[in-house]
Each structure stands twice: as structure tokens, then as C-alpha cells.
Design a protein around this ligand. Structure first.
Ligand SMILES: [Zn+2]
Ligand SMILES: [Zn+2]
Length: 377
């Protein structure tokens, strides 16, 4: 008794492809034979889910399934998996191709051809230092991989693989038919072997004969120094394996850089805000300032103003795949004391009385502009 495919995947009948994929991935993780010590019950459920997924993810097969139910995909002789789907494909194809395929020369299909593997995208989150100086990260991916049980052959017993008797191994079926419109020759993928040209008598239990199965892998990825939030690293050929000898897909690693408690990144530059007390700013001071390379002593001259910027060359982020580094820009903020007691107020009052206009002469117009540029721009 075949369970309803929508029920198997636990999705509503109007679920979109994305939802179906997600549901299948979740089930595959739960039920995969490798994580369940090859528990036969789980294996059966895994295969069932895979069958449901194969059908519901293919618009044409899904339409047939919705119309005919599971009978549309009666299993071929001896098959317990993907090989040898029979069903009413022929009826549809025949009618369609009679009028379009053969008449207009298009639409005629050939045998199943090599198909490139799936591209994959994974995300890694780095802290600013890792992004700046580069890092090797382990990423977990789940991709169709060559089945470890059968080595991709689809069966443990190669002698059970026979040339498809319906198409003679060509993977293409051809029918000649007389119709009201004349003699029609139709070609299409052989429905007995699904265009593969061969029938697997005893499909591999782990992959159901597909030769590929969804497997979790851990890969070490070298993230280059200077990478920024939102950029991707491409690993050619590390995605899903191809079908019928097709090329593997690529793996894309999407980089996210977490916010840093002290620094803000601006291209290859690092922005840092340094608070100085009113007194430090007036008298000048040497302070240890954090940088990506550790603390560094920085001299703040007497009379430093709020909004002044000190640039530390080559203390920024290394340039991606180039030489050199950006700068660290230190924006100065001056803090004014609060909650003064009477004695402190008297000191400042006395100071103010001996301090004239000439000590405060400077241009301040640039301040808001600079501030805005540094922290919002
Ligand atoms: Zn065939
Ligand atoms: Zn296998």
C-alpha cells in the first residue's frame, strides 16, 4: 500500500517546490540510514520520502501524480526503487508530440543526458578579526553525494543490471502510428527505463538505485584575509555530484561578519571612537588604543578637539587578494564631567575666570559633518 506522497512529506497539497524541498531535507536528516544505524524501518521511510520528493519536485510527475495517484508510478519488474517507472506518460506524450513534437520538429526528447550537480550555498559567520586576517572554517553541508554503499553504480550486484529491452539500451523510444493526419513518428525518453537505457534488477538499498544519496559532509574552507560581509567564496566542484557522469556543482560560502563591540568597518578602514576627558583633551595625553593588532600607544596633543581624527596607517583591514592594509581612524569625543561638588565647581569657576576668549578660538563647523561621516556614512 503506497502512502500518499503529500502525507509522507507532511506538506499540504498546494505546497510550493521550496516547501517540499525543505520538508524532504528535514526528513532526510532524521531518517538517513547513516544516522539510524541502518534501522530497516527508517531506511524504508527514507526511501519512501525520497520517492515522494522525486515525484512532487518534478512539475510533470507531480501533475501526473495529482491526476492518477500513485498508480501513475507503478514500479517496474523487480524494482523497489527508482528504476522502471511505468505509467500513463506515454498517453500524454503521444498526444502532445503527435501535434507539436513531430510536426514542428521541436520537443522530441533524447535519452537522459549527463546533468551537472547542484550548486550549494552555506553561510558562515565570522568575527571582524577573522574576516580581516583570514581563517579556516569548517562548514557542514548536505548534498547529493556518490552513494557510499554502491559507489554510484546503483546496485551492489552489477550482474542485475540489464539493458532495457524496451528501447534496446538507447534510452529513446520511438513509435510509428497512423493517424488522421498521416504517418507519425514519435520519439521520447523510454518510459520503461526513464531514458537510462538500463534496468537495475536489484537496486542498492541505501540509495534506491539512484547511485546518489543525500549526505552531510564537513568541509574546511579557507576564507581569505580582507573578506567583507556579504561576499562569497566559491569552491569549484564541491557541491552536489552530477548525474550520469555530469560535472559536480559548486559550493558557495556566504560570509557574514558579526558586529564588533569596539570597531566599525568602513571598506578597508577601521573606525574607532576614543573618549578623552576635558582635561586630557586640553593638556594632551598618551593612551593605549585597541587596534586589530592589539593595543598601541597613541599621543593625543594638547588642545585636541571633539571630532578630531587621528589616522593610524596600515592598522586597518588587509586588502582582499592584494597587498597593503587600510587605516584605523580614531574619532575623538570629549567627555564633560557631571555631578561636581562645590570644591570642584570652585576650581573650574576660578579656572574660567583666568581663561580668556583666546583659549577657545577654533573652528567647530567641521565637527558635525565629520561626526556624521564617520558614524553614519
Ligand atoms: Zn528503455
Ligand atoms: Zn547506492
Amino acid at each position: 500500500m503506497t502512502r500518499d506522497y503529500y502525507e509522507v512529506l507532511g506538506v499540504p497539497r498546494d505546497a510550493d517546490t521550496q516547501t517540499i524541498k525543505k520538508a524532504y531535507r528535514r526528513l532526510a536528516r532524521e531518517l538517513h540510514p547513516d544516522v539510524n544505524n541502518h534501522d530497516p524501518d527508517c531506511e524504508e521511510k527514507f526511501k519512501e520520502a525520497t520517492r515522494a520528493y522525486e515525484v512532487l519536485c518534478d512539475a510533470e510527475k507531480r501533475r501526473l501524480y495529482d491526476t492518477y495517484g500513485p498508480d501513475a508510478f507503478r514500479r517496474g519488474a523487480g524494482g523497489s526503487g527508482f528504476g522502471g517507472f511505468n505509467g500513463p506518460f506515454g498517453d500524454f506524450d503521444d498526444i502532445f508530440q503527435s501535434f507539436f513534437g513531430s510536426w514542428f520538429g521541436g520537443g522530441a526528447q533524447k535519452r537522459a543526458e549527463p546533468a551537472r550537480g547542484q550548486d550549494l550555498l552555506v553561510e558562515v559567520v565570522l568575527d571582524l578579526e577573522e574576516a580581516a586576517f583570514g581563517v579556516t572554517k569548517d562548514v557542514e553541508i548536505e548534498a547529493l553525494d556518490t552513494c557510499p554503499e554502491c559507489g554510484g553504480a546503483g546496485t551492489a550486484d552489477p550482474s542485475s543490471v540489464t539493458t532495457c529491452s524496451v528501447c534496446g539500451g538507447s534510452g529513446v523510444s520511438q513509435t510509428v502510428r497512423q493517424s488522421l493526419l498521416g504517418r507519425l513518428v514519435q520519439t521520447g525518453p523510454c518510459t520503461a527505463c526513464r531514458g537510462e537505457g538500463r534496468i537495475i534488477g536489484e537496486p542498492c538499498a541505501a540509495c534506491g538505485g539512484a547511485g546518489r544519496s543525500l549526505r552531510a559532509r564537513t568541509l574546511s574552507v579557507d576564507i581569505p584575509a580582507g573578506i567583507a560581509d556579504g561576499q562569497r567564496v566559491r569552491l569549484t566542484g564541491r557541491g552536489g555530484v552530477g548525474e550520469r557522469g555530469g560535472q559536480p556543482g559548486d559550493l558557495y560560502v556566504q560570509v557574514r561578519v558579526a558586529p564588533h563591540p569596539l570597531f566599525q568597518r568602513d571598506g578597508d578602514d577601521i573606525l574607532y571612537r576614543q573618549d578623552l576627558t576635558m582635561i586630557q583633551a586640553a593638556l594632551g595625553v598618551d593612551l593605549n588604543v585597541p587596534t586589530l593588532d592589539g593595543e598601541e600607544e597613541v599621543h593625543f596633543a594638547a588642545g585636541t578637539q571633539p571630532g578630531d581624527v587621528i589616522t593610524l596607517r596600515s592598522r586597518g583591514v588587509p586588502r582582499l587578494r592584494q597587498t597593503g592594509r587600510g587605516a584605523q581612524r580614531i574619532l575623538i569625543n570629549v567627555v564633560v564631567p557631571r555631578n561636581l561638588d562645590e570644591r570642584q565647581r570652585d576650581f573650574l569657576q576660578a579656572f574660567d575666570e583666568c581663561c580668556g576668549e583666546e583659549h577657545y578660538n577654533h573652528k567647530t563647523e567641521g565637527f558635525f559633518h565629520k561626526f556624521k561621516q564617520l558614524f553614519t556614512g
